[in-house]
Write a protein of this length. Structure first.
Length: 409
């Protein structure tokens, strides 16, 4: 069996107001071509298909056009699980229809463990691989709240609940394997944050759970898993150093914090021995660059980039000593007539910040939700002893907000 492991597409995501539909369409066309050329037999997508719970019509069109192409390719099965950015009900709505195309969608926790276990077959309709398609597990799905419990109790119950769910699903997969009487490989999927997972500033990874203990240890996953295909972290990486437990990472650069980083999907080949995992580089469909320095350095770098004659999105960070009150105007003058586009310009000159010059250009869009709350605490001179408790309460409110639409559904 030869399959692709990918995740975190975030179709519909924009960057500082700039739509990225062309990039997503280009990536999915490339992926469909690769699957066809290499005769890949299955595709596993571990969550965050869309960037939000109500994707635009264009985002949906790109998604379904891709699925139509895959259905007509050598790929026999597609397994899609929901991530924390996805709406479980929205993703699952066409599930019964997609099943006729061998596209299996698991949007939420199943009523029984068997709802998340799939048996994939080869061209002769013989069972070839078992997939434990575990979606993003929401706090309310796996932990029962009790009055008076501490934050430590909540975190402990959450981790225990996730571990117990994987044990139940894997037990069902092993039962099916025994019933079939064949040593079928078991592949497990998930969308979560493992302990020791690596992120980058500006890579768009959202905290999943309240607290720091809710990072899942590698030992939590049952040993029966032959390959673990995870999503949520946007940097490709191993889990606990194991070759067969991995995050594929996002296929596109999510923000300027990742500018210049290579992206990939994993090609996994299962045989009689250990899985053979190969990182397949994803082409760069839109160049992102960060240009930082004083005005001489910035202007010189921009002149060089203009000579490349290609579309480049830019983040400019001015940190020179000279006070520049018209940074944006100067930048636009340099890049006029070129394929360069400045999506964000930051003037870090301390005097500018103190004097609140208009050219400082810091807006709510430049800050994440935690930075906004921290500014609020600072403005009200909240005592340090109260900050941790307030942040905990604030994060609980955020989780309720993020997941509120699923409750309504």
């Amino acid at each position: 069996m030869k399959f692709i492991h990918t995740s975190d597409w975030h179709i519909g995501r924009s960057l500082y107001g700039r739509k990225r539909y062309e990039e997503y369409e280009a990536f999915l066309n490339w992926l469909a071509d690769y699957i066809t050329c290499e005769k890949v037999e299955a595709l596993l997508v571990a969550g965050d298909i869309f960037d939000n719970t109500a994707p635009s019509n264009r985002a949906q069109e790109i998604y379904y056009q891709f699925l139509c192409r895959i259905a007509a390719s050598p790929c026999r099965d597609v397994v899609i699980t929901a991530g924390n950015h996805d709406s479980p009900s929205f993703l699952s709505a066409p599930r019964e229809l997609l099943r006729f195309l061998n596209i299996h969608v698991v949007g939420s926790l199943g009523a029984i463990a068997g709802d998340e276990v799939l048996v994939l077959s080869n061209e002769e309709a013989e069972p070839e691989m078992i997939v434990c398609a575990v979606p993003y597990l929401r706090d309310r799905d796996i932990r029962r709240a009790e009055a008076g419990e501490s934050m430590e109790d909540k975190e402990r119950k959450l981790v225990e609940g996730i571990g117990e769910h994987y044990r139940q699903v894997l037990a069902e997969a092993e039962r099916i394997r025994t019933e079939l009487g064949k040593p079928l490989p078991i592949v497990a999927m998930g969308h979560l944050f493992t302990a020791g997972g690596q992120t980058l500033d500006g890579d768009g990874v959202r905290n999943l759970y309240v607290g720091s203990l809710a990072h899942i240890g590698a030992k939590m996953f049952p040993a029966a898993i032959d390959y673990l295909a995870l999503g949520h972290l946007h940097q490709p990486q191993k889990v606990g150093g194991a070759e067969h437990r991995r995050y594929s990472g996002s296929p596109l650069v999510m923000g300027f914090g990742e500018a210049g980083r290579s992206k990939s999907v994993y090609l996994v080949e299962l045989g009689n021995g250990q899985p053979v995992v190969t990182a397949i580089p994803v082409p760069c469909f839109q160049v992102l660059k960060v240009v930082q320095g004083d005005w001489t350095a910035i202007s010189g770098h921009l002149e060089k980039l203009k000579s490349w004659d290609k579309s480049i999105w830019l983040e400019i960070i001015y940190d020179g000593d000279e006070v520049i009150g018209d940074l944006r105007r100067r930048l636009e003058a340099i890049i006029a007539g070129s394929k360069l586009e400045v999506l964000r310009a930051k003037n870090k000159r301390a005097v500018d910040k103190i004097m609140h010059c208009a050219e400082s250009e810091e807006t709510l869009g430049d800050l994440n939700v935690n930075e906004v709350f921290q500014r609020c605490l600072d403005a009200h001179q909240v005592p340090p002893a109260q900050v941790d408790e307030l942040f905990t309460t604030y994060n609980e409110a955020l989780k309720s907000l993020y997941e509120g639409e699923q409750r309504a559904e």
